[in-house]
Design a protein around this ligand. Structure first.
Ligand code: URA
Length: 234
């Protein structure tokens, strides 16, 4: 997808505005607001739960151990990290890395995530990582919907276990770890096949379609979104 300089400027301006956000109590514990990183617009937008300690220190999403796992997930789909826009439901680290509360998610997503998705990143596919993001997009537990699709504001959303889930299962014995790996291999295969069916990524990871799209257009292509969703559901 072609880079849009206006979107980059808008992203920088919104990220700078977010640095002063006082919308919820998470403001008190943060070192940095972790707004998000990646190309804009982007074919894929990956959305985790919230920053951890490494992310809070650096101001970048998924730079800790979960980020290493995330990168391997992307590469299994033929994508590099720098081809995906990566962010979180909440932009400030929850205390002791707890899951964000409903009121924190509401405050943060209304101010920042919705605008990131609809006005800046405009992804063709959203990847919901883990239980909080899945609850937000699907209204369901990840155990029920991982490896499946929903549609949110006309965009296809795919649910995947959080990268940190694997780090945790590794400590739960060989059987649990292997079951988790096998499950996610299957889910990633489903996602990769859907992306390839829509030519959103080639086996070498380069988006090879839609290059003619007008990057300055604010027009949403409803038909295209619907057809991507349909293909993804296959
Ligand atoms: N876990 C998340 O959900 N997001 C991050 O940025 C890092 C770890």
């Amino acid at each position: 997808m072609d880079v849009d300089p206006i979107a980059y400027l808008f992203h920088a301006s919104l990220a700078s505005e977010a640095k002063g956000c006082e919308a919820c109590s998470l403001r008190t514990g943060r070192t940095n607001v972790v707004f998000g990183k990646g190309p804009v617009p982007a074919t894929m937008m990956a959305i985790g739960e919230g920053p951890g300690g490494d992310e809070d220190r650096t101001g970048e999403p998924f730079v800790g151990p979960a980020g290493v796992v995330l990168d391997t997930m992307f590469s299994s789909m033929g994508l590099r990290r720098d081809e995906v826009y990566v962010t979180n439901l909440v932009k400030c680290r929850p205390p002791k890395n707890r899951a964000p509360l409903t009121e924190e998610v509401d405050a943060c997503t209304h101010r920042w995530l919705l605008r990131q998705v609809e006005e800046i990143v405009k992804p063709e596919v959203i990847l919901a990582l883990g239980s909080s993001a899945t609850r937000f997009f699907f209204g369901e537990a990840i155990s029920n919907v991982h490896g499946t699709w929903t549609t949110w504001r006309d965009r296809p959303v795919f649910a995947l276990h959080h990268p940190a889930h694997f780090i945790w299962t590794e400590s739960q014995g060989a059987e649990v770890a292997e079951r988790a790996r096998a499950q996610t291999r299957r889910d990633l295969g489903t996602l990769r096949d859907a992306l390839r069916a829509r030519a959103l990524a080639t086996p070498t990871g380069r988006p090879d379609e839609d290059r003619g799209r007008d990057p300055h257009s604010d027009q949403r292509d409803e038909t295209k979104a619907a057809s991507i969703t349909a293909a993804c559901r296959r």
